[in-house]
Structure formats: structure tokens, C-alpha cells
Write a protein that binds this ligand. Structure first.
Ligand SMILES: [Zn+2]
Length: 196
């Protein structure tokens, strides 16, 4: 694992999807955390254009940073759909810095949104594992469980499971209705009688 000097506010650590970059100190919103470094690829050059890996960061239609080298610590930062950092792309300088867009607490994983192209190509097919998407999935699963429970109950009702008892109840209630009203009025009478 590459060395990171101690004054840096991050470390590489285990995350849900493998490795990730974690804050070791409080990082204030707006702070530049790290630069995304690597050789610049010129897509007008055939050799450069042929490079293919998951760490390509496109700056303009022509220039792309190949961030696959291990010294590019920023490549450990995972994608999130609800990130606490962003990529600050400076097209003229052909530089990309990762900047905090929220206050980040020590221990928190640092992440930024990789963008639509990456999401569609790499994350959508396998399902995004970021916290925000995991939470959404959990919610959906819970809702699906609820729905299953309800539809099972509905199906049982239709199939008449426990229906005989329910029918009996209905039957009793209907025939007992006049009795009940008599009883109620009797009780009323009784009460008024007791009072008088
Ligand atoms: Zn996500």
C-alpha cells in the first residue's frame, strides 16, 4: 500500500466495495483534499486513445487523466450518488482536484459523484453500492416485504382461510343485531329505571 504522510487528512481503508479513502481529521467544506494525478492522455493520439481502464478521468473531449497508477491515491475514492466531495475540474490547467462539499468528520469515507457516463457503464449493471443507494434498496426491500404480507393476507381472505369464522361472526352479528338493540334499549331502560 502506498505511503501517505501523516499530515494528510486521509488514509486508505476497507470500504463496502473494497478499498476506499477515509478522513483521519476533520475536513472543512470547500477544502481541496487531494489531486487526481496521472499521465495525460491525448485522444488524438491513437496509442493514448486505446488506453482502457476504470480510472480514466476525462477533462475535455481531448484530454483524459489516466489515474490507474498506484501513486494516484485519489483513485481509491469511491463513487457516491450523495457524496461529501466533488471533482473540481480545471480544463485549462488539465487538473482535477477533489474538494469537500460538506464538513467531513474523521472516520467518514470520502466520496464524489463519478458522473453519468461512469455510472451507466460500470455501476448501473452491477447496482451502485453507495450508502445512498443501499439505503434506497433497503427501503424498497422493506416496502416489498410489506406489500407481500398484505397481498398474502388479501389472498388468504379470498381463499377463505379463517373465512368460516369470519362468516360465522357475520351471521351471528346479523341475527344478533335485533337482540343487541333490544339489549341496548333494555340497558338504557334499566339505567333510567335505576336512576328513577
Ligand atoms: Zn449510488
Amino acid at each position: 500500500m502506498p505511503d501517505i504522510s501523516l499530515n494528510k487528512p486521509y488514509r486508505i481503508g476497507r470500504s463496502r466495495t473494497g478499498l476506499g479513502l477515509f478522513a483521519t481529521k476533520p475536513i472543512k467544506k470547500g477544502t481541496t483534499i487531494i489531486r487526481y494525478i496521472g499521465p495525460l492522455l491525448d485522444c488524438n493520439k491513437e496509442k493514448d486513445d486505446a488506453v482502457e481502464n476504470k480510472y480514466l478521468f476525462q477533462i475535455t473531449s481531448r484530454w483524459t487523466i489516466d489515474g490507474s497508477l498506484r501513486k494516484n491515491i485519489a483513485r481509491y475514492i469511491n463513487h457516491s450518488c450523495k457524496p461529501n466531495a466533488e471533482s473540481d475540474v480545471r480544463k485549462i490547467k488539465r487538473r482535477v482536484d477533489i474538494r469537500a462539499i460538506k464538513d467531513i468528520a474523521p472516520g467518514e469515507e470520502i466520496n464524489y459523484d463519478y458522473g453519468t457516463d461512469y455510472f451507466k457503464e460500470y455501476l448501473k449493471p452491477i447496482g451502485c453500492k453507495c450508502d445512498s443507494c443501499e439505503k434506497k434498496r433497503k427501503k424498497l426491500r422493506a416496502a416489498a416485504r410489506e406489500e407481500k404480507k398484505h397481498s398474502r393476507a388479501r389472498a388468504e381472505k379470498r381463499a377463505g382461510v379463517g373465512g368460516s369464522r369470519r362468516k360465522l361472526n357475520g351471521h351471528k352479528a346479523r341475527s344478533a343485531a335485533p337482540k343487541n338493540s333490544k339489549a341496548r334499549s333494555a340497558a338504557k331502560d334499566g339505567r333510567s329505571k335505576k336512576r328513577s
